[in-house]
Design a protein around this ligand. Structure first.
Ligand code: FAD
Ligand code: MLT
Ligand code: ZN
Length: 476
């Protein structure tokens, strides 16, 4: 029996003809790519776990060009795979068969920045790190940050409703994204690119596209509310003996650090082993079963330093943490953050990675790792846990020397049943993409899924936008 994560049969979309190629070459001179060598990297996802066979990569520069492309594809019944930085982790960013890849890589202009309100508008293909650097020069920061910042696009971030390392402090993109411009499947341009903090005129349509993973429209521009750059940032890296103590440390940090707490992340000793082995990163403290990265961001270094000092004193004297190190200067802050941010990369060197991104009541998150280890025994190479404690978001990852269908069958649906039994979500932040679409019912009632199908049918009646993704096969 094929796994529910496997691709369904190709749907009856048209195949690209010479006339189609001539059209695209005319509207995108030099930017309709057919060279197989150039297409190779756009056909494979970051994890190298899904490979499509698209023969055409389109690189528009303007909204008008995206509109022309989609209008044409819709009339010709050609399937389209919107692609940003191709860092997605659920197989949503690459074609399954021969879908045309529509890349936002050349849509990378900053449009406006209001230094009084902190509202930025930019094209969807701006790389997150470039936006961060632009803002930092102006004393602002992006409200989101993630390990893929050097490659991911803001449009891809919005399309996946990416969470990341700053969500605890600045909230989700559903709050910070103020407006979107989106091209619909038939080429109509939906201009909801407002730059207002408050706007209650009717339904908030932009929310439909946040987290829609390229299935409802192509996001072409984004307006986003950016926080001021904190004047004082501290990062501490601590070790805990048990997950219980880690949770108590989290509670203590919320109480004692209050408004300056900006991140509370964790990794387990298995992650540390992979960082040491594969990336040669050295543990900055003594070996412990659990590690936390706590960041504070505020406006007064003396005040923040005092608060942090009292918190650390309390955490040490009450034996919640066994060892730790503090960083205030930029290079050490970066080094400590890389212990958390580079776990994803370390895993890719360990073998084929099965990734799970689970939302749970925070006190349950590590139990799933322990139970999975016991459940899999020696069938897995490594079973590791890390994630965003402050958001109740566990990243459970299982590796094996190579792709292993028997191992996958042992993990799924076990992991989803476990999650559903705690009323958790099977995707906290990465989305469903190709790999998880058929498991949606573990986290959403069938009425909600049916309504999603109605919305898809209304906005994309021919289903040309990112087919085989997000929605389960039984809707079609
Ligand atoms: P892609 O990977 O290109 O696409 C992702 C999805 O969005 C696809 O379904 C695609 O069709 C769609 N899409 C892309 N652009 C558009 C557009 N303009 N319009 C419509 N649809 C579009 N995610 C988190 O939430 N938190 C993390 O902390 C985090 N850390 C990561 C760390 C690493 C090292 C890596 C590799 C990934 C991480 N991710 C994380 C996964 C993640 O989803 C993203 O990296 C990011 O948001 C995807 O952006 P992208 O531009 O690469 O989009
Ligand atoms: C993270 O928090 O590191 C990311 O979501 C990537 C991952 O899950 O590996
Ligand atoms: Zn994450």
């Amino acid at each position: 029996r094929p796994s529910p994560a496997a691709a369904p049969d190709r749907l009856p979309f048209s195949r690209i003809t010479q006339e189609d190629l001539a059209f695209f070459r005319k509207i995108l001179p030099g930017r309709a790519v057919t060279d197989p060598d150039l297409l190779e990297s756009s056909n494979v996802d970051w994890l190298k776990s899904v490979k499509g066979s698209s023969e055409l990569l389109l690189r528009p520069e303007t909204t008008e060009e995206v509109s022309q492309i989609l209008k044409y594809c819709n009339s010709r019944n050609l399937a389209v795979n919107p692609q940003g930085g191709n860092t997605g982790l659920v197989g949503g960013s690459v074609p399954v068969y021969d879908e045309i890849i529509l890349s936002t890589a050349l849509m990378n202009n900053i449009l406006t920045f209001d230094s009084i309100s902190g509202i930025l508008t930019c094209q969807a293909g701006c790389v997150l790190e470039n936006l961060s650097l632009y803002l930092e020069d102006r004393d602002y920061i992006m409200p989101l940050d993630l390990g893929a910042k050097g490659s991911c696009h803001i449009g891809g971030n919005v399309a996946t409703n990416a969470g990341g390392l700053r969500l605890l402090r600045y909230g989700s993109l559903r709050g910070t994204v103020l407006g979107l411009e989106v091209v619909l499947a038939d080429g109509r341009v939906l201009d909801c690119l407002v730059t207002l903090r408050k706007d209650n005129t009717g339904y908030d349509l932009k929310q439909l596209f946040i987290g829609s993973e390229g299935t409802l429209g192509v996001i072409t521009s984004v307006s986003i509310l950016c926080p001021r750059k904190p004047k004082s940032v501290n990062v501490v890296f601590l070790g805990c003996e048990t997950f219980e103590q880690l949770l108590k440390t989290f509670q203590l940090s919320r109480g004692m650090l209050g408004e300056i707490l900006s991140a509370f992340e964790f990794l387990d000793s298995e992650c540390m082993r992979l960082l040491n082995t594969h990336l040669k990163l050295r543990n900055p403290i003594s070996d412990c079963p659990f590690y936390v990265v706590i960041e504070t961001s505020g406006s007064d270094s003396t005040h923040d330093g005092e608060k942090l000092h009292h918190f650390l004193e309390e955490a040490m004297t009450s034996s919640l943490v066994t060892d730790g190190t503090v960083a205030t200067e930029d290079s050490k802050i970066k080094a400590l953050w890389s212990m958390r941010e580079r776990v994803t990369e370390a895993l890719t060197h360990d073998g084929f990675t099965y990734k799970y991104d689970i939302s749970l009541p925070v006190e349950r998150i590590y139990q799933l790792v322990t139970d999975m280890r016991e459940h899999l025994g020696d069938r897995a190479k490594s079973v590791v846990g890390y994630g965003h404690v402050g958001d109740g978001n566990l990243h459970l990852n299982v590796t094996s020397p190579a792709k292993d269908p028997a191992l996958l069958a042992a993990i799924e649906p076990f992991v989803y049943e476990w999650t559903a039994s705690c009323n958790g979500s099977i995707s906290a932040e990465h989305g469903l993409g190709l790999k998880k679409r058929n498991y949606i019912y573990y986290s959403k009632p069938s009425q909600a899924v049916a309504l999603m199908g109605n919305i898809k049918a209304m906005l994309d009646p021919k289903g040309i936008l990112n087919p085989y993704k997000t929605l389960p096969d039984d809707l079609k």
